[in-house]
Design a protein around this ligand. Structure first.
Ligand SMILES: Nc1ncnc2c1ncn2[C@@H]1O[C@H](COP(=O)(O)OP(=O)(O)O)[C@@H](O)[C@H]1O
Ligand SMILES: [Mg+2]
Length: 236
């Protein structure tokens, strides 16, 4: 459904991605792992149009979407849940969720349906719907960022480091939610993580990024047993 072909991406004159190719098919969970600074976030931001490609292309259902304005991807149903959550701290949980639906011309019924789905996934958000987002815990803010992304009924959803800075028990909850999102409507999911083990455990396929290059790709369950991957990303 999404095909990234041989892209080069630059920040000014500094190249961040080198000839990167990547694809995701309907219903898949694909993980992208790599060290800090490898280019994972750059790739996500290029898919949604925040970064431009200098060479290569990105196709979504066969249509070229690279270098279109970022709002374009929203209308195409591509949702990016950014690193560091970026919820609106001075708004309530409910208002943050409303923002997630703003690009949709929902009827009240459709809005409520989307809201109920988010509340089913994260009951905590329902309990806290009047609370200011900025006063919630890190894990709750991450749930809200995911919930806000879900409000637009995405056709493809990308999570950037959803486990960053969270306690292990919350991390498990977050990954369970991501799998549930994928299973419920077969929504394709791209997950970017430094927590390689978790990302590979829940994904069908994995790409490894190293200093802007895809150096390995394959079936996640196979890569989990690869000595090189174990040594570099899974602590031996
Ligand atoms: N806005 C920016 N301006 C200049 N360089 C950037 C910018 N964002 C990222 N980079 C550089 O691009 C490279 C990849 O960064 P990033 O995609 O954020 O990596 P990752 O998400 O894998 O940690 C890094 O060398 C980083 O310093
Ligand atoms: Mg990043």
């Amino acid at each position: 459904m999404l095909k990234v072909e041989n892209i080069d991406v630059f920040y000014g004159e500094v190249q961040a991605l080198f000839n990167v190719s990547f694809e995701i098919n309907d219903t898949e969970i694909v993980s992208i792992i790599g060290a800090n600074g490898a280019g994972k976030t750059t790739l996500m931001k290029t898919i949604v149009g925040i970064n431009k490609v200098r060479r290569g292309s990105i196709k979504y259902h066969g249509k070229v979407i690279s270098n279109l304005a970022p709002h374009h991807s929203i209308y195409e149903g591509i949702v990016y849940v950014p690193e560091g959550r970026e919820v609106f701290p001075q708004m309530s949980v409910f208002e943050n969720l409303e923002m997630g639906a703003f690009s949709k011309k929902y009827t009240r019924g459709q809005f409520n349906e989307a809201l109920q789905e988010v509340f089913e996934l994260f009951p905590r958000l329902k309990e806290r719907s009047g609370q200011l987002a900025g006063t919630m815990s890190g894990g709750e803010q991450q749930m809200l960022a995911i919930g806000r992304g879900m409000m637009s009924n995405p056709k493809l959803i990308m999570f950037d480091e959803p486990s960053l800075g969270l306690a292990p028990v919350i991390v498990d909850e977050m990954f369970d939610a991501i799998v549930a999102i994928n299973r419920k409507k077969n929504t394709p999911v791209i997950i970017v993580e430094q927590n390689a083990f978790m990302a590979m455990s829940i994904s069908d396929r994995t790409y490894v990024l190293e200093v802007g290059n895809v150096t390995t790709k394959g079936i996640s369950s196979e890569l989990l047993n690869s000595p090189d991957i174990k040594k570099a990303y899974l602590g031996g």
